[in-house]
Design a protein around this ligand. Sequence first.
Ligand code: MAN
Ligand code: CA
Length: 293
Amino acid sequence: MSLGKYATGSPVRMGYEYVPEVDAWLRLHIEPAIWPDARLRCHLEGGALASPTTSAMSNAMLAMLAANKLTMRHAYIGVHALISKGDFMSMDGIPMANLSVRWREGEPNNVKNEEDCVVLDGVGEAIDVGCNTPRPYFCHKKSEKMIVNTHCGTTAEGYKFEPRTGSCYKFHRVSRTWHRAAMACQAEGGHLAVINSNEEAQVLKDIFGRNPSTTIKRGDSRWASVGIWDWNEYGEFLTIFGETLSEAGYEGWHQNEPNNAGGKEFCGTIDRSGSLNDYPCNLLVPFICEITL
Ligand code: MAN
Ligand code: CA
């Protein structure tokens, strides 16, 4: 299947490998992230930060670490003590003592009382570390979350093909900041929706209409983030692919927009009429992802 020029996640399973003994899928993310971002990324991929729950899982993790020639032969696992300091547990609450991993000698040592996260090293030992150093990390997904939407080329739930534009779209009702929204779309193999025609604006308006304000979780339900941004230049809005709005094919700003209200509106949304509005990047709004086929 062709996943289109913007698909980040080809193949469809996005770098996940099946671990038969645990009937789950495992991915080593080699681009380092701080633990909180790693947790979010795994969650947005439909999984969670992985932990060596069984020896099969531990072996699969070590094999992946060995196969990837990382400078840093350490990767974050789901074990943390962020909820109850000193009580290390996996993302699903299994205490460290019941996992298939041992502490390296002298660990955990909680240097400066700042080591609430855990890495797995190349020989299968655990080390407590600070959570704010970027490192590779492991995500896992249950098999039932790996069902492929063959039409849209993703395992993410909720994407629907739209014949009027030939793309798939998903409306996210859980509001996020603009950059987190972009991350959520990427994690699903898509991108924030880019409007390339009046017809596509109509499509997004229709999708927005099927998600009335009562269904939106937190955030301002009058707007939904889309893929336009000013790239921190505090002026001109471009698409997330760097095109001007005129090159992209839709410049339908709402009347008197963009108005840079309060001097801090540098991200792009649409309103319920399908018109564009500049909006603060750090406020919570729902958003629309697109998979360009
Ligand atoms: C009003 C208008 C918009 C602005 C929002 C921010 O609706 O000024 O331009 O983006 O407020 O909440
Ligand atoms: Ca505005």
